[in-house]
Ligand binder design. Structure first.
Ligand code: PMT
Length: 229
């Protein structure tokens, strides 16, 4: 089936909840652990979902991007804040798309004061953050159509398919990271999209183009999924 171009009413009447950008995990009042996500991929998907007629709620970590037209933005900093913002809103959403690069760990105890350089080595103790995507996919009531991303440096398809099954996702968009020209920071990306019984390659293109292609594919898969229930 064609998944391009996107019809403006493809997601009419639906609420799409997304996460985008990095999270910041405080070590002390002035330092944090984070990653290279710019939010571009997630903001492009959010913009495309709004263009397709959805109500769009975008939970974003700290990024330097303007809010796309028609999108409701909720700013958060840490993974725990992102988790809470998502859980407060997921019950009213029919589609959840996790594009954020959420920090897997945070400091066991962030220091209330600036950490001093008194010793030659410093050991940080980190604890696991909640897995927002897995928690949404595991909801027992009002579970939305759940879409994850997989950022992998190697064996992209193998790990993406494993993530899709393990986290019980309806669709996963895999991208290679750690190479120049796609993934984090770049203006462009390429996605390999997987679902139960199907797959589609979205070739290297601007993230704005990929956002529209991915939303068209999600709209198509969502209709199948909701019709089958
Ligand atoms: O922001 P850009 O610079 O445009 O870059 C885009 C991107 C590379 C960040 C994006 O395309 C992407 O791949 N996002 C997912 C990044 C990631 O953290 O992937 P992961 O394989 O570690 O996580 C798998 C999935 O679980 C993701 O959907 C992630 O949002 C979600 N997750 C992970 C950990 C966690 N604690 N909570 C989550 O929800």
């Amino acid at each position: 089936a064609a998944c391009w171009p996107l019809a403006p009413h493809d997601l009419q009447g639906l609420t799409v909840l997304l996460t985008a950008g990095p999270t910041r995990e405080a070590l002390d009042p002035v330092r944090f652990i984070s990653n290279r996500s710019t939010g571009r991929m997630g903001f492009a998907v959010a913009a495309a979902a709004a263009q397709a007629g959805a109500r769009v709620v975008l939970v974003s970590g700290p990024v330097h991007l303007p809010t796309p037209p028609g999108v409701e933005r909720v700013n958060v900093e840490s993974a725990v804040e992102m988790y809470e913002a998502v859980m407060q809103r997921v019950q009213h959403s029919q589609i959840f798309i996790a594009t954020a690069a959420v920090a897997d760990y945070r400091a066991a105890a962030a220091s209330g004061q600036k950490i001093k350089k008194t010793r030659d080595t410093l050991i940080l103790e980190l604890v696991r953050n909640p897995d927002i995507l897995a928690e949404v996919a595991a909801l027992r009531s009002s579970r939305p159509f759940t879409v994850g991303f997989a950022a992998e440096t190697h064996d992209v398809l193998h790990y993406a398919e494993d993530k899709r099954r393990r986290k019980n996702l309806d669709l996963i968009a895999a991208n290679q990271v750690g190479v120049a020209g796609s993934g984090f920071e770049s203006e462009q990306n390429a996605l390999h999209v997987l679902w139960e019984g199907g797959e589609k390659v979205l070739a290297l293109a601007d993230k704005t183009v990929l956002g529209r292609q991915l939303v068209a594919l999600i709209a198509e898969r969502y209709r199948q999924w909701s019709g089958a229930r």
